[in-house]
Design a protein around this ligand. Sequence first.
Ligand code: HEC
Length: 173
Amino acid sequence: MSKGLTLALLSASLWLQGGNHSLVWASEVAVSAAAGTVPKQQALTSLQFAGVSDANRANINYMLNCQGCHGQFGSESLDGAVPALKDYVGNFLHVPGGREFLVQVPGSANAAISDAALAELLNWILQTQSRAQLPAVFRPFTTAEVQKLRQNPEADVVGTRAALVLAIEQAAP
Ligand code: HEC
């Protein structure tokens, strides 16, 4: 059995056991437990994400509202039409306008979930899929911030995204 499949099955079984922890958490825990770095129980109880009051809910909201396009782990779609969130989306927090874009992009702004749930979901995505790209001081989205930004959905998604990606590339060391 491949390592990926083993992890997937382990994640699924942890999930089915009804733990309070997301699939992503479960697989991270499985990895660190296998490596012997963090006692599993400690990992299960100490993993917390800023601005996320219920990671299980965030994961379910991701599955129901985002996963259809962004995939289970936020990878780029095979045809390249959906960009990777994984190992990338945190970069937007480094450039002017990027933070706003993460809320105003159609997938976020139009999601049929509350402002509080969207703030939590974005904070969860950023910390589970793109932790390494986060700024040294990560300021989580708040409900009030999301509520305000959502009233102005992005009008020129393609153009704004291209400009932001260029700024990210130019800011890269
Ligand atoms: C119908 C497909 C689709 C769904 C559903 C979707 N997205 Fe997206 N998402 C995209 C595409 C395509 C882009 C690239 C920008 C654009 O063209 O909208 C994107 C871009 C993003 C970005 C900006 C990152 C970047 O590199 O552009 C974020 C953040 C994001 N989506 C979050 C979400 C969240 C959160 C959800 C669920 C609530 C979601 N998306 C649902 C297709 C989708």
